[in-house]
Design a protein around this ligand. Sequence first.
Ligand code: MN
Length: 132
Amino acid sequence: MQIFKAGERPTVRANSAYFTGTVWQDPVVSAPEPARVAAVTVAFEPGARTNWHTHPLGQTLHVLSGAGLIQVWGEAQREIRAGDTVWIPPGVKHWHGAGPETAMTHLAIHEQQDGSAADWLEPVTDEQYKAG
Ligand code: MN
């Protein structure tokens, strides 16, 4: 058994290759193989968001604080707020992030397939982001 005490694991700045703006990640579940599940708290500063991406085995997002946005390719942006939970099915192209003027933090839960939990695509342009 392992107990991870609060504050033991450092906060990591999200990889700018896959995110726009300032995004901070804190690991929650990073279980070794053969476990496949991973969970991470992701804090988006206002205007920050993921690139477009898909998840091979889907993803659950649970919003912990703030108000943000999520969009599936070809659909309208949707607002998500603290307490909301979203299921994104496998292979569905989407992005998620903060609102233009509001920070948003969510817990992201997903499983890895062949060592990967996400397939990263192009950035969400300012035009796409502001279109909402
Ligand atoms: Mn996602």
